[in-house]
Design a protein around this ligand. Structure first.
Ligand SMILES: [Zn+2]
Length: 269
C-alpha cells in the first residue's frame, strides 16, 4: 500500500515529465475508481498546461493553467506509469503530453480516486479541510495541544489524519520506535520534550524513505516506468521476533485498532 514516501516520489517523478507541458490527450478507460471520474475531466484537462505539482497528505496534486487541480489518491494499489509500450486492463486513465510522453494511472484494486477541483477551492474541499498539519515541520507545541486530554494510544492518534496528515501504519511504528515512545502510551501523557523527539523522528523516517526512493529509482521510476515504489529497510515494521538494533531484544507485534503495531518493549516507554 502506498504511503507518504511513495506518493512524494510519485509526485516528484511526475513533475519531471509534466511540469510546463501541455496535456494533449486525455483518455478515460473506465468510468470510475473508488468513485466516478469527474464527467468533465477530459474536457477540462485536454489542452491545459501543467503549472506545478504538489502533495498534500497522501494526495498528489497536478495544477494547470486553467486554475484547475487534478487531485489523485493511489488507494491500495495505484501507481502512475511512464511510457509503457503496452496498456494493460488496469490502466484506467491515460494522459499524453505535447512531447509525446504517455502517462497511465494503473490501479488493479481500484481503491484510488481522481478528482478535479478549481485550485481556489482546494482548502475548502472536505477531504482536505479536516486534515491536520503536514508531518514535515511539525511543531511540538502544536502537537501537544492537539493531543491534550486524549487518552487513546499515541499510535492510534498519530494515524488520525485530523491530528497529523499523511502518516500511515509503517511510519507511525518507525517514528515511535525512534523516539522511544511506547505505542500504547496515552497521547495526552507524552511530554513536550518527547514530542519534540517524536516530531524530529517522524521527519527523519519519512525523509530517509523518500531519499531511498530517489536513489534506488531513476528519475523516481523503476526500469519499467512505474513511479514511486521501492524497497525500504525498517527498524521494527514487519520484523516481529527479529532483534532490536538498539538493545538486542526481540521486536514485538500487537494489534491496535485492527492494525499491527511493531515495537521494542525495552526501548519504548
Ligand atoms: Zn530495543
Amino acid at each position: 500500500m502506498p504511503e507518504l514516501p511513495e506518493v512524494e516520489t510519485t509526485v516528484r517523478g511526475l513533475a519531471r515529465v509534466l511540469e510546463g507541458r501541455r496535456i494533449a490527450r486525455v483518455e478515460l478507460r473506465r468510468a470510475d475508481l473508488r468513485r466516478a471520474f469527474p464527467p468533465d475531466l477530459g474536457q477540462r484537462l485536454a489542452g491545459a498546461t501543467v503549472t506545478g505539482l504538489a502533495r498534500r497528505a497522501k494526495y498528489g496534486l497536478i495544477h494547470t493553467d486553467r486554475s484547475d487541480t487534478l487531485v489523485f489518491h493511489l488507494g491500495m494499489s495505484g501507481s502512475w506509469r511512464i511510457d509503457r509500450p503496452e496498456l494493460d486492463k488496469h490502466d484506467h486513465l491515460l494522459l499524453e503530453t505535447d512531447d509525446g510522453t504517455r502517462l497511465t494511472l494503473n490501479d488493479p484494486r481500484r481503491f484510488g480516486s481522481v478528482d478535479l477541483l478549481t485550485t481556489a477551492e482546494l482548502d475548502e474541499w472536505p477531504a482536505f479541510k479536516a486534515l491536520g498539519p503536514e508531518p514535515f515541520g511539525l511543531h511540538a507545541g502544536d502537537l501537544k495541544r492537539r493531543l491534550r486530554g486524549r487518552t487513546a494510544a499515541i499510535k492510534l492518534l498519530l494515524g488520525d489524519q485530523t491530528i497529523v496528515a499523511g502518516l500511515g501504519n509503517i511510519y507511525v511504528c518507525e517514528a515511535l520506535y525512534r523516539a522511544g515512545i511506547h505505542p500504547r502510551r496515552s497521547g495526552g501523557s507524552v511530554s513536550l520534550d518527547r514530542l519534540r523527539r517524536l516530531a524530529a523522528a517522524i521527519e527523519e523516517v519519512l525523509n530517509e524513505a523518500i531519499e531511498a526512493g530517489g536513489s534506488t529509482l531513476k528519475d523516481f521510476a523503476s526500469p519499467d516506468g512505474e513511479l514511486g515504489y521501492f524497497s525500504k529497510a525498517f527498524a521494527v515494521y514487519d520484523r516481529e521476533g527479529r532483534p532490536c538494533a538498539t538493545c538486542g531484544g526481540r521486536v514485538r507485534r500487537m494489534v491496535q485498532g485492527g492494525r499491527s503495531t511493531f515495537y521494542c518493549a525495552k526501548c519504548q516507554r
